[in-house]
Design a protein around this ligand. Structure first.
Ligand code: ZN
Length: 321
């Protein structure tokens, strides 16, 4: 690094790479800068996805003229080897994605623009957990289970501030926990009977339709609105879906004993039936030693994965020294 580069303020960018959207922002000591986003060209292959990431990072760097882009952290959907930065597994929504050397390729694409930039990548829900723990002031010590309910159902566990990665880089893939209510519905992985098939947003809709619900309810939000307007079938579908999520959370809690559980995603963000059923189900299942467990909503919301990915990349940078 040249002296001129060393003397400039450092810029860290966090990227949240999802199946439908890429979001990125500067992660600053006092918070997160404006979020830039673009559609994920998931079906166009790895080069197109990497180009989208690099374009967003370049746009943010242009907003911080005079700063030196040193670190980019990526929270990515699917399983990422957190050491090599290689994509190990992903859903079919990404074409040719498995085997992509995500961090190496983003680093190579950034080099002509910014010189050597540290790039780190980790699963998006793990990134979310790291961001959430940091926002709560317990980043280094957190024992926290984070459950993300959205297009899919994901989980991440922090123990003493460190994420559990697993032997296959797939720890926390709780969307594939078996639940009897989903026996007739197909999960995004292609198998039947998994939590995600009724617990995700699209899963809730599939469950509702399988119970005779109106196909005019185009997504989970529409079903929530129907229930709020007094539609009993919609309310029952939400209760079945939320109960399955609550049971899965309770099972993970007794297995891992985290200090707190954070539930994120659109359904968790709103007060209402879904949240109440999840909360009450967890409470009803957990035996005495766990009764003080907090079940909390996400504090950072969609920004958590960007903050956590940036922390992950920064942390691995420090550990290298
Ligand atoms: Zn599955």
């Amino acid at each position: 690094m040249t002296d001129a580069r060393r003397n400039r303020p450092h810029l860290t960018v966090g990227v949240d790479l999802g199946g439908t959207k890429v979001a990125a922002a500067a992660v600053l000591p006092d918070g997160v800068g404006p979020v830039h986003s673009a559609s994920t060209p998931a079906q166009d292959g790895p080069d197109a996805v990497i180009h989208t990431i690099v374009s967003l990072v370049a746009r943010i760097a242009a907003e911080h003229e005079g700063a030196d882009l040193t670190t980019v952290g990526i929270g990515a959907a699917g399983s990422i080897d957190p050491v090599s930065g290689v994509v190990v597994a992903s859903t079919a929504s990404f074409a040719d994605w498995v085997g992509t050397r995500l961090t190496d390729e983003v680093r190579a694409a950034l080099r002509p623009l910014f010189g050597d930039v540290r790039v780190g990548a980790v699963n998006d829900v793990t990134a979310h957990a790291l961001g959430e723990a940091s926002a709560r002031g317990c980043g280094a010590t957190a024992s926290m289970l984070v459950i993300a309910v959205g297009t899919g159902v994901g989980g991440a566990l922090l123990l003493a501030g460190r994420p559990l990665i697993g032997a296959r880089n797939a720890a926390g893939e709780i969307g594939h926990i078996p639940v009897s209510e989903a026996e007739d519905l197909t999960c995004s992985c292609g198998l039947r009977g998994h939590l995600e098939a009724i617990g995700s947003g699209p899963g809730l809709r599939a469950l509702h339709l399988s119970r005779g619900g109106d196909p005019g309810a185009v997504d989970a939000r529409a079903i929530v609105r129907l229930a709020a307007d007094g539609d009993r079938l919609a309310a029952e579908s939400i209760a079945i879906s939320a109960r399955a999520i609550g049971r899965a959370i309770a099972g993970l809690v007794v297995a891992t004993d985290p200090a707190a559980v954070v539930v994120s995603g659109g359904l968790a963000a709103s007060d209402g039936l879904w949240w109440d059923v999840v909360h009450d189900t967890v409470r009803a299942i957990l035996p005495a030693p766990f009764q003080d467990l907090d079940v909390l909503r996400s504090e950072l919301g969609p920004r958590a994965a960007m903050v956590g990915a940036a922390l992950w990349a920064t942390r691995s940078r420090q550990e290298e020294r």
